[in-house]
Design a binder for this molecule. Structure first.
Ligand SMILES: [Zn+2]
Length: 180
């Protein structure tokens, strides 16, 4: 069964990479962003969100457009490294790049949890494995190519979750609520 939400996500051509808003690509400006100073939502997220220009008129997840319109929803706000840290570090990519605004998007915790890391295949989250000695330009290309790859994984994972929910959970919801 496909829900309205999945139909929406399936039209992923309507979901644009937040990086496309950064015009021009100013690596130095983005590298200056500092996310080391504490708790993401309260400490730096607002300023960073504005700097990234991510959906400037609407606070929402970069992948599924879950809205952070009020406090309850905002509690699900998280910061995603598009090229994951573990893959970047194995490739010898500097922290200035993988932890910079180039590589960050705000998303909901559910999408962030769809992690593709596996010890057997640490590069599963990447669409390809770049040559060693990744230059800033090559990293930017990898980052741009990884976003749609990750979006596809999130869409597939969401569909699998939906099927699980429909099969195992939805039919039990009335009994659960009656039991309080
Ligand atoms: Zn999401």
């Amino acid at each position: 069964m496909i829900t309205d939400n999945e139909d929406h996500m399936e039209q992923d051509h309507t979901i644009t990479d937040p990086l496309d808003h950064y015009l021009p690509y100013d690596l130095n400006t983005l590298k200056a962003l500092n996310t080391d100073n504490g708790e993401s939502r309260r400490v730096y997220s607002y300023a960073l969100y504005c700097q990234l220009g991510q959906n400037p008129e609407l606070l929402c997840c970069a992948y599924c457009e879950f809205s952070f319109e009020d406090h309850i929803h905002w509690k699900f706000l998280s910061l995603d490294h598009v090229v994951p840290r573990n893959a970047a570090e194995r490739l010898g990519i500097s922290k200035d790049l993988w932890d910079s605004g180039i590589n960050l998007v705000f998303c909901c915790r559910a999408c962030n949890d769809y992690n593709q890391y596996s010890p057997k295949n640490p590069f599963k989250a990447l669409p390809y494995i770049p040559e060693p000695g990744v230059s800033p330009k090559a990293f930017l290309r990898l980052r741009k190519d990884t976003f749609p790859h990750r979006l596809r994984h999130i869409i597939d994972s969401t569909r699998a979750d939906q099927q699980c929910f429909n099969t195992l959970w939805a039919g039990n919801s009335v009994n659960d609520s009656e039991q309080g």
